[in-house]
Design a protein. Structure first.
Length: 159
């Protein structure tokens, strides 16, 4: 199996969106994906891109992706956030996820970041084992905090 990791192009965004939807289905939230191909293209390739996407190909077919963006830590300085690392269900276990993660870590290293962070669902034991095997620290004493679009509007209306 010929595996290649490369930087995504605009033309890859339809397949990237398919992978995002596959992940949402796996995470039991298939109706939560609101992003569109046009939005991915605009946000990832126009002006000052909001993210960087890497593609994993097997035999010239897109089977995985990793999407990252910069953040800033008040404690550490520049950090890289891995929003999603996705490998199609049919290709899990063949090493593509490792190659994508390797590429993300090298990218962060080359940028000089002080930390690379991401989240993993507490019930996704396969992913947790994979990340721990790679040396990642799972911080189980932290909770993710979010305000969704409706929550933001409610918050603003109460100011």
């Amino acid at each position: 199996m010929d595996q290649i990791i490369r930087t995504a192009s605009r033309e890859d965004m339809p397949k990237v969106l398919e992978l995002i939807k596959e992940l949402a289905h796996f995470e039991r939230e298939p109706d939560q994906v609101e992003v569109t191909v046009d939005q991915l293209i605009k946000d990832g390739f126009d002006g000052h891109p909001d993210f960087r996407c890497f593609i994993g190909e097997i035999n010239n077919k897109i089977e995985g992706m990793a999407l990252v963006y910069m953040r800033y830590s008040t404690w550490k300085g520049k950090v890289l956030h891995l929003e999603d690392l996705i490998v199609s269900k049919a290709m899990r276990g063949v090493g593509l996820g490792t190659k994508l993660l390797d590429h993300v870590i090298k990218y962060g290293y080359d940028l000089g970041v002080k930390r690379i962070g991401w989240e993993v669902l507490d019930w996704n034991e396969d992913a947790i084992k994979f990340y721990e095997k790679k040396g990642a620290k799972i911080m189980r004493d932290w909770d993710v905090v979010q305000l969704d679009e409706a929550g933001i509007k409610t918050y603003i209306s109460n100011l």
